[in-house]
Design a protein. Structure first.
Length: 55
């Protein structure tokens, strides 16, 4: 919600073009998805390794 308010204020005040703000939002969202995927794979691998070691 805060990100949306910042987006609107940046464009309204003329600090950025709409395309700049949308591109930044897309880059941030894609970065989040990639990093989240890497972290979840890593934690799943660690969990499986711990299960194997405890057998």
């Amino acid at each position: 919600m805060i990100a949306l308010l910042v987006l609107v204020s940046r464009v309204y005040l003329g600090h950025h073009f709409v395309s700049d703000v949308v591109t930044g939002a897309l880059i941030g969202s894609c970065s989040f998805l990639i990093i989240n995927n890497v972290i979840s794979r890593n934690s799943r691998t660690n969990r499986e390794t711990k299960e194997i070691l405890t057998l």
